[in-house]
Ligand binder design. Structure first.
Ligand SMILES: Cc1cc2nc3c(=O)[nH]c(=O)nc-3n(C[C@H](O)[C@H](O)[C@H](O)COP(=O)(O)OP(=O)(O)OC[C@H]3O[C@@H](n4cnc5c(N)ncnc54)[C@H](O)[C@@H]3O)c2cc1C
Length: 504
């Protein structure tokens, strides 16, 4: 064990692992502490009774093959840099939306097919649809030509600014715009604006007006470029490969090692203290925990406390991991679905059902003749804390809640309830406990009107303490936290006098 690495990383989420892998590859030694037995956090896989379930994420961007320099296709670029292969399977549809009033629309990889299907439902908005989605394309075009780096690194900013001055100005202007307000410039139809809302909600868990245009430009345009690709072996294949990258060049990941506090002396992070009482010191510490867990738990000095009202706190999740008889899934079924029964409550707890059947792409995740259905809805931890675990009330509430979600999902998958052979249920308390995430939250969200650049970046108020993951810019999502890991590593590497090579 190298007990005095250059950099300690708290947590093996995708943000933390990406930063560690790139630093280690650059010759900056890293040691990752992870409280669980496995890596990946919300992007891990777990096994039960012959099934391999995705713990959270299963819609993946970033595996496109475009070799153009830029901030997109980051998984491809990073694994290329680390000399690793992560085979993926192309998903022809990002999400199949099932919306009120019989509105059913698959978001095809083929942009023309998607826009045509949307315009067929709203022929009077054909021109507005084209203009709105072209705005997203513009953002995508800019981002795919700018190299990835830290927005806090003056060298990076200067070099990008000199090379791409016009694009930087255009992007800066766009950071002030919201997706919903941009849509309202071109579109009047209320149902279509609701659709734009669910397009935002599907990954941002906020309506379109609260969602920055720049984030939308990545997710809703890149699905037609790099596309959605599923890693063979499931979501856990991504963290597994990042761990291989770290270990290959001499870094370490220590599992079942919970960090209980960050050692801060004279305003400077020196190392970490672990649950077994041991201490480990380094020149820099990266926290992959949420902003609330880092500053309100791991750091005990009240001066650094983060006001809970600084951001909106996204809800947590109630999740159902189901092993089902394959006969319940129709042959022409797409992998990822979103189901809204009533527009009035799509953004209320439990209002939208997300579900995926990843075994349609990778059958090896389930025993022969079986499929996986992973369904989840937003939920709040406070509602679940009231149930007593000792008298069975918690278990009964879980079963009752799951039965309602299954019954609603039957509108798309008739016979689902009777096809279930394995059922694993997770409440927001499970999410909180497994991932050490404050209230099991999906993470901090910007308040309406806040600029995306107001998201915390990688440096913190404590010298040599850095942050990566979904509490930092640009936000939630596996590809977004990958970007945060790249920018964090790039900033630290520059500080260590060993700047990272551009990802190509
Ligand atoms: C239900 C669900 C569905 C999702 N679907 C998608 C999707 O389809 N596509 C997509 O792109 N994104 C999706 N996401 C979002 C995405 O998974 C997350 O935004 C992203 O994985 C978060 O990464 P992170 O780096 O912030 O770390 P996290 O995933 O939060 O991981 C942090 C890690 O740090 C560890 N840790 C925390 N504190 C400590 C400590 N003190 N000591 C040691 N270890 C610690 C935790 O155990 C965990 O392993 C989904 C998320 C959820 C919950």
């Amino acid at each position: 064990m190298n007990e005095s690495p250059d950099v300690i990383v708290i947590g093996s989420g995708i943000g933390g692992l990406t930063a560690a892998a790139l630093l280690q590859d650059r010759g900056i030694s890293t040691l990752v502490f992870e409280k669980n037995r496995y890596p990946g956090g919300s992007c891990s896989s777990f096994q039960r009774e012959g099934y391999s379930f995705d713990a959270g994420a299963s819609v993946f961007y970033g595996f496109g093959e475009n070799r153009q320099s830029g901030t997109l296709n980051l998984h491809t670029r990073i694994f290329r840099k680390l000399g690793l292969e992560v085979p993926t399977l192309r998903d022809p549809v990002q999400i199949h939306y099932h919306l009120p009033n019989g509105f059913s629309l698959p978001a095809h990889y083929d942009r023309d097919a998607f826009l045509e299907a949307l315009s067929a439902r709203f022929p009077h908005e054909r021109a507005g649809i084209e203009k709105f989605y072209s705005e997203l394309e513009d953002v995508h075009d800019i981002l795919s030509s700018l190299p990835a780096g830290s927005l806090e690194d003056p060298f990076h900013l200067a070099s990008v600014g000199v090379t791409f001055p016009a694009k930087i100005i255009q992007l800066a202007v766009k950071t002030f715009r919201s997706m919903g307000k941009t849509a309202r410039r071109y579109i009047r139809d209320e149902e279509l604006l609701k659709f734009i809302d669910i397009e935002a909600y599907s990954w941002a868990v906020q309506d379109a007006v609260s969602t920055p245009l720049v984030n939308a430009g990545i997710c809703l345009a890149d699905r037609h470029h790099g596309g959605i690709n599923y890693p063979v072996g499931g979501s856990g294949a991504i963290p597994k490969a990042l761990c291989q990258g770290i270990e290959k060049s001499g870094g370490q990941i220590r599992f079942q090692s919970e960090v209980t506090s960050i050692i801060v002396e004279n305003g400077e992070a020196r190392g970490v203290r672990l649950a077994d009482g041991s201490e480990c010191f380094a020149k820099a510490v990266i926290s992959n925990a949420t902003i609330w867990d880092t500053f309100n738990h791991l750091i005990t000095d009240a001066r650094y406390k983060v006001d809970e009202n600084r951001f909106l706190r996204a809800p947590s999740w109630f999740q159902l991991y189901l092993g089902v008889d394959a006969s319940v899934i129709p042959d022409d079924f797409y992998v990822h679905h979103i189901l809204v029964d009533r527009w009035e409550n799509y953004n209320q707890p439990g209002g939208t059902i997300y579900f995926s059947a990843p075994t349609l792409l990778d059958p090896s995740l389930a025993p022969p003749g079986k499929h996986i259905v992973h369904a989840f809805v937003t939920a709040d931890v406070d509602e679940w804390e009231q149930y007593d675990r000792k008298n069975g009330a918690y278990q009964n509430a879980k079963e009752a809640f799951a039965a309602k979600v299954i019954s609603r999902t039957e509108s798309i998958l008739p016979g689902l309830a009777n096809a279930i052979e394995v059922k694993v249920l997770a409440t927001p308390m499970t999410h909180q406990r497994y991932l050490n995430r404050f209230k099991g939250s999906y993470g901090p969200l910007l308040k309406p009107g806040q600029n995306i650049l107001q998201k915390p970046q990688n440096t913190t108020r404590i010298k040599n303490l850095f942050a990566a993951g979904d509490s930092t810019f640009p936000g939630q999502g596996v590809i977004a936290v990958t970007y945060s890991g790249v920018s964090c590593a790039s900033y630290i590497a520059r500080q260590f006098g060993k700047p990272l090579d551009e990802l190509i």
